[in-house]
Design a protein around this ligand. Structure first.
Ligand code: ATR
Length: 277
């Protein structure tokens, strides 16, 4: 049996087993099974040992271990190095490699929305004004993906300002604002905080002036996909702005992890989208 795991703490909410077991069945990987395991930080070295000894074949890493796992690994891929964040582990030629598929998962989604059909020399997000809310575990992956798509005007605000400055060390060109402040105009506004996971929670930043016709094209993007529509997205929709939740990013990061482990690139079709609903 080839065993795969998602590790984190908490982990009960994780939908990764649902997705990966569906694909394993679909692509006839009959000897494979994907489980979730709640671990403490001191158990990370045991996970690595299990991978080295082929007891575990592939691992997804989630909050709060995406950075903490790094010292135990032999190598990092390009995105993991740039973001100092790892969400996928795989052993190849006796080396345990840390991959970051969150970045490509988000990049896939956002580039489709801004793909230039008329001017192919321009990257999708060149000249777009982007505002990121939050500086948690996933935010570096988002900034990395945005940069790869040409974004060069990124502003960020997080409640704990030190964490914004930690990110600025990785990405010196981002501009940091105090919590509650925002740029006057933005093309894309991305919530990377956990505000909205509970239905009543709301981000304390006022976007009510985004009701004008000139703002209809502004995209409000929430990485949260459960609930499907946070208050951040509900209000944006009511104002007539474009909205997107984190479902496609979640499916895309899972797709790339599955591909690293199996060499199969699963299709993001209606079946898998419905399963997540
Ligand atoms: P971590 O910071 O441990 O990586 P996370 O879930 O990845 O955890 O990130 C949580 C994000 O949501 C952070 O940006 C956090 O802000 P702080 O850095 O100030 O903690 C943000 N967040 C969560 N609850 C919040 C709240 N009530 N108000 C403002 N920001 C909040």
């Amino acid at each position: 049996m080839k065993k795969y795991l998602v590790i984190g703490n908490p982990i009960e909410h994780s939908l990764s087993p649902l997705i990966h077991n569906f694909w394993m069945k679909k692509y006839c990987l009959v000897d494979s099974v994907y489980e979730k395991r709640k671990v403490e930080e001191k158990e990370l070295k045991n996970i690595i040992k299990e991978i080295r000894e082929d007891e575990i074949f592939g691992v997804n890493v989630t909050v709060p271990f995406k950075k903490l796992i790094i010292p135990y690994l032999d190598e990092l891929d390009f995105s993991a190095k740039e973001t100092q964040s790892v969400n996928t582990l795989f052993k190849i030629k006796n080396k345990i490699i840390g991959h970051n598929t969150d970045s490509a998962g988000f990049g896939d989604t956002i580039k489709k929305l801004y793909f230039h059909t008329n001017n192919s020399s321009k990257l999708p997000l060149e000249d777009k004004l982007i505002f990121i809310i939050g500086a948690g575990g996933v935010t570096a992956s988002i900034i990395h993906a945005l940069k790869l798509q040409g974004a060069n005007k990124i502003t960020l605000s997080n409640r704990t300002k030190e964490k914004s400055h930690e990110l600025k060390k990785l990405f010196p060109k981002i501009e940091v604002l105090d919590w509650g402040k925002r740029p006057t105009i933005c093309d894309v506004i991305i919530n990377t905080t956990s505000i909205g996971l509970n239905k009543n929670e709301e981000i304390n930043i006022d976007f009510s002036d985004y009701n004008k016709n000139s703002h209809k094209k502004t995209l409000f993007y929430d990485l949260i996909y459960n609930p499907k529509e946070t208050n951040f997205l509900k209000k944006a929709k009511l104002r007539g702005n474009k909205t997107m939740n984190g479902k496609m990013m979640f499916l895309n990061q899972a797709k790339y992890a599955f591909n690293i482990w199996t060499n199969i690139m699963p299709k993001i079709d209606d079946d898998i989208k419905k399963l997540l609903d």
